[in-house]
Design a protein around this ligand. Structure first.
Ligand code: BGC
Ligand code: BGC
Length: 623
């Protein structure tokens, strides 16, 4: 018995030592409770509900007086929510300052927390540095780099005054047909865990109150990457889209042990590194919307994992909670543990209905107080309540926005994220002194395709979406010797006489369910471009720009070398760094690569005897 107790004590001690470094760095959010509770005691019900209400800036500024009238505590810009003045660093900063100035006129002058999807850099803002999407960062397996990216992202977000990002996405996508696959670091929970933790550490820093830290948001809790494919359509989906494959916002049909093993580790890591906010998922778990699940939101996340920050609902997600009307949905979701509601345009309705629910005793005052305490804790921890500190944007930070030093880190991330899948006859690296290179393919001269979705616009866009980056074509031109001839065609014609060709092909931008696909074959024009080169007998290096693995067999067979670049962002020079051999390729696949669509879903969490990918998770050649 004695030795058992001794053994248990040693175990506890060792466990304690393991967790000590994380705990001793980050201050607990509940350590701000005395201040938060004191402020709470001064607040009316309306002031409390205002803290729980998050409108989108566009609809809100149609009635700017609403900030005071409804005591609004938070505002967001969604994927298509540019300032009315236009999309410039100046305009974003003015927008933030204008909203903050309104909030500071309210009775208690509680500052606004402004949230935005800075998901690969400050990605809504023109001229920001855009980093590779998470799928590419997953291939780096490099938490130090991901932390550095977090710091830079925080600095660029702060340059606009904004203090909160809806990232990192710690989804663990299990089916690459999902349009949000690229938002996840990996199909492997261990990779998501380590990089998710690093991203939170980077953005929030050790001290959330530091003027260059921003509040992070782990999303989408939980199991968003585990939904089953359906063709049964969706409520609210136009009939024209019925019959097509859906994964996004679907139902994750797995037992609790599997949910915990695959989808929970990223949240455990985020909570350990002090994440101040978490976004419940649109998706369901065994038929119950996550946004309605007391088991998930309150019992597991808050009580068991000890999450002390607040929960922000996804865009209009509360209204999707059924059964019942909107008021019933609010009742279910808030009682389940939702703390703040992202209600882009019917925020007034949310405010009024929640007030009624409290008066009718359907939402207890204790729940409201808990939600507001959680929000205020975070505001205190962030220094928002510090009377000696300006809550307006620090425009001095404009100087380093999209700067060369920030781009250098993105370039490093690009080169570390590339995965070399084939390199026959040492085609790579290419000599800088090569006589003549032909560059082709629809993504060879296309920053928009490099950046993917969530870039300037929600869905992203092909073409010149943002100034300041480098396309692959530009990067090749910059890398070769003065004597090398580089010519370009989109379709791979006109390559006669070239010593080698680089074909840059793949997917065009998309976001969320719009990118759910039942077919991941390459487009005919991509295959044709490679064929045009091969018909001339020219060695071809294929660079695939895509949000996920695709079905590449025929092109892979004809390519002499093949690099999976995923969605590298603005810094195409990272690709040239590897192609011309300044750096060897080190990236390892963050997802299993299928041979055919009928293998999907394919991942290492499924049955081992059925796992027969074209390239396994972790694959990647070097030279
Ligand atoms: C918004 C996005 C949002 C999406 C939700 C878009 O209009 O811009 O931020 O994620 O709607 O479906
Ligand atoms: C997405 C979230 C995003 C939010 C705000 C939603 O549609 O699911 O990931 O943070 O919109 O744009």
């Amino acid at each position: 018995m004695k030795s058992l107790i001794f053994g248990a004590a040693v175990c506890l001690l060792l466990l304690g030592l393991l967790f000590l470094p994380a705990c001793s760095q980050v201050k607990r959010l509940s350590s701000y409770d005395s201040q938060a509770k004191e402020l709470l005691s001064l607040m009316t019900l309306e002031e409390k509900i205002g803290q729980m209400t998050q409108p989108e800036q566009g609809p809100l500024l149609e009635n700017p007086g609403d900030i005071q009238k409804y005591f609004i505590g938070s505002v967001l810009s969604g994927g298509n929510s540019d300032p009315a003045e236009g999309n410039s660093l100046e305009a974003w900063t003015n927008l933030y300052d204008r909203i903050q100035a309104e909030a500071l006129k309210t009775r208690l002058a509680i500052p606004i927390l402004y949230g935005i999807d800075a998901v690969h850099g400050h990605s809504n803002v023109l001229s920001a540095v855009m980093f590779p999407h998470n799928i590419g960062l997953g291939c780096t397996r490099d938490p130090v780099l991901v932390e550095k990216i977090g710091r830079i992202t925080a600095e660029e977000v702060r340059a606009t005054g904004i203090q909160w990002t809806f990232s990192p996405c710690v989804a663990v996508p299990q089916d690459i047909r999902w349009g949000r696959t690229y938002e996840g670091f990996s199909e492997d929970p261990a990779v998501v865990r380590s990089l998710g933790e690093a991203a939170v550490r980077g953005m929030q820093g050790v001290d959330l109150g530091h003027p260059l830290s921003i509040l992070a948001c782990a999303k989408h809790y939980v199991g968003d990457g585990g939904t089953s494919a359906t063709t049964a359509g969706r409520p609210g989906v136009p009939p024209a889209n019925m019959g097509r494959l859906w994964l996004d916002q679907g139902d994750t049909k797995i037992d609790e042990a599997t949910l915990r093993r695959i989808h929970l580790p990223g949240y455990i890591a985020a909570v350990n590194s002090g994440v101040g906010s978490i976004m419940p998922s649109y998706s369901s778990w065994n038929g119950t919307r996550c946004s309605a699940s007391k088991r998930l939101l309150t019992e597991i996340l808050k009580q068991e994992l000890g999450f002390e920050g607040f929960l922000i609902s996804d865009y209009n997600a509360i209204g999707q909670v059924k059964p019942g009307d909107y008021k019933g949905a609010i009742e279910i979701s808030i009682n389940a543990g939702m703390d703040m509601a992202m209600e882009p345009d019917h925020y007034r309705d949310f405010f009024e209905k929640l007030k009624e629910l409290v008066h009718e005793g359907r939402v207890p005052m204790s729940r409201i107080d808990d939600a507001v305490t959680r929000i205020l804790r975070v505001k205190f921890a962030m220094g928002l309540m510090d009377k000696n500190r300006s809550q307006f944007a620090d425009r001095k930070l404009h100087g380093s926005f999209g700067s060369a030093s920030h781009r250098a880190v993105a370039r490093e991330a690009v080169r570390k994220s590339l995965v070399l899948l084939k390199n026959e006859g040492r085609t790579l690296p290419i000599s800088r002194k090569i006589a003549h290179i032909h560059v082709c393919g629809k993504s060879a001269d296309n920053i928009g395709n490099q950046c993917g979705g969530w870039t300037v616009q929600w869905q992203g866009q092909s073409g010149n979406v943002t100034p300041g980056g480098t396309t692959v074509l530009d990067a090749v031109k910059a890398a070769v010797s003065g004597a090398t001839r580089v010519n370009y065609s989109e379709d791979g014609t006109g390559a006669q006489g070239a010593s080698l060709a680089i074909a840059v092909i793949g997917e065009r931008p998309y976001a969320e369910g719009v990118g759910d696909r039942s077919d991941l074959a390459l487009e005919a024009e991509d295959i044709r471009a490679v064929d045009n080169l091969k018909s001339l007998g020219i060695p071809v290096v294929v660079i695939l720009i895509s949000g996920r693995p695709m079905i590449i067999n025929s092109v892979l067979a004809r390519a002499d070398a093949f690099i999976a670049a995923f969605l590298p962002g603005t810094e195409g020079q990272g690709i040239a760094d590897v192609v011309f051999g300044d750096y060897g390729p080190t990236g390892k696949l963050s997802f299993s690569w299928p041979k055919s669509m009928d293998q999907l879903p394919l991942n290492t969490n499924g049955p081992k005897d059925e796992y027969a990918p074209l390239f396994p998770l972790g694959y990647g050649l070097s030279y």
